[in-house]
Design a protein around this ligand. Structure first.
Ligand code: PEP
Ligand code: MN
Length: 252
C-alpha cells in the first residue's frame, strides 16, 4: 500500500458562500488535492448553521468545471441523487464523492445512499466510522453499503476517531483507534483514509495527530481547510489555512 498515491480531500468544513468556495477552488487547484471538500449539509450537535443545502449544488458544479472534483456529506438518498446527477451532467470529466458522516447511523438510509452511488462510474462513496467505539458496528456500515450495491472500486473508508469515554491523554476531540482501523482496512481490502481534523479538534492537534497517524498506513487524509479559519461558521478551531495545509502535507 505504501507506494500507492495518497487520496487527499481538503476544503472547508462547510460551504458557506460562493466567495469562500471560489477562493477554495483557486487554492486547491494549485495543490495535490483529489477532491475539494464543499460540504453542503452539516449535522450539528445542537441547532445552528447546518449548511447551505441544495442551494450550494451550483458551487460543486463550479468546482467540477474548474477541474477539481467536489465532495460533500449527504444525509439522505435524495441529497446524493441531486448532487451526483447535477455534477456529473455539468462536466463530463469530473468525479464526485459523497460521504456518510459519523452521525448518520441508520443502516436503511446507508444502503439507500449506496444504491444511488452504485452504477455511476464517476461517483464515489466514503463512509466514516460511527462516533462510538465498536468494531462490529463499523463493519456493519461497510457491509450495509456493499449490500446496497456500491462497488469496491467506488468505496473509501475513513477513520474519524471515537468520542472520548475514558483514556484520552492528548485531549483529542475524538480518539483514534489505529489498530482497529488497520484491521478493518485489512479485513475488507479497501482504502482507509484518516480525518485529523475531527480527531485533533484544534489546529495544533491536527498537526500532532497527523504525525501520529503517519506510522499506521493510511491511504490518505480528509482535512478541513478554510480561507479564513477564524471566521468559519463551523469548526473554526480546527480548520487550517492553505499555508498550514502545505506544512501538513510536507509531513507525509
Ligand atoms: C464532517 O466530516 O464534516 C463531520 C462532521 O465529521 P463526522 O461526521 O466525522 O463527525
Ligand atoms: Mn467539521
Amino acid at each position: 500500500m505504501s507506494n500507492m498515491k495518497k487520496i487527499i480531500i481538503a476544503g472547508p468544513c462547510a460551504a458557506e458562500s460562493s466567495s469562500q468556495i471560489r477562493q477554495s477552488i483557486k487554492e486547491a487547484k494549485k495543490r495535490p488535492v483529489d477532491f475539494l471538500r464543499v460540504s453542503l449539509w452539516k449535522p450539528r450537535t445542537k441547532p445552528g448553521f447546518d449548511g447551505m443545502g441544495e442551494d450550494g449544488i451550483e458551487l460543486l458544479i463550479e468546482a467540477a468545471k474548474e477541474g477539481i472534483s467536489p465532495s460533500t456529506e449527504v444525509i439522505i438518498p435524495t441529497h446524493a441523487e441531486k448532487v451526483i446527477k447535477a455534477v456529473l451532467e455539468a462536466d463530463n470529466k469530473t468525479k464526485v464523492l459523497v460521504w456518510i458522516g459519523a452521525r448518520n447511523q441508520n443502516h436503511y438510509i446507508q444502503q439507500e445512499i449506496a444504491r444511488v452511488v452504485a452504477g455511476e462510474k464517476r461517483a464515489f462513496l466514503m463512509v466514516k466510522n460511527q462516533p462510538w467505539s465498536s468494531r462490529e458496528h463499523w463493519e456493519g456500515i461497510i457491509e450495509h453499503v456493499l449490500h446496497g450495491g456500491v462497488s469496491r472500486e467506488q468505496l473509501i473508508l475513513c477513520h474519524r476517531g471515537f468520542a472520548p469515554t475514558g483514556d484520552n491523554p492528548n485531549d483529542y476531540r475524538n480518539v483514534p483507534d489505529f489498530i482497529m482501523a488497520a484491521e478493518i482496512k485489512k479485513t475488507y481490502g479497501l482504502p482507509m483514509i484518516f480525518d485529523p481534523s475531527h480527531t485533533g479538534g484544534t489546529r495544533e492537534k491536527v498537526v500532532q495527530i497527523t504525525n501520529e497517524a503517519n506510522a499506521h498506513g493510511f491511504d490518505g487524509l480528509i482535512i478541513e481547510v478554510h480561507p479564513d479559519p477564524d471566521l468559519a461558521l463551523t469548526d473554526a478551531k480546527q480548520q487550517l489555512n492553505w499555508s498550514q495545509f502545505d506544512t501538513l502535507l510536507n509531513l507525509l
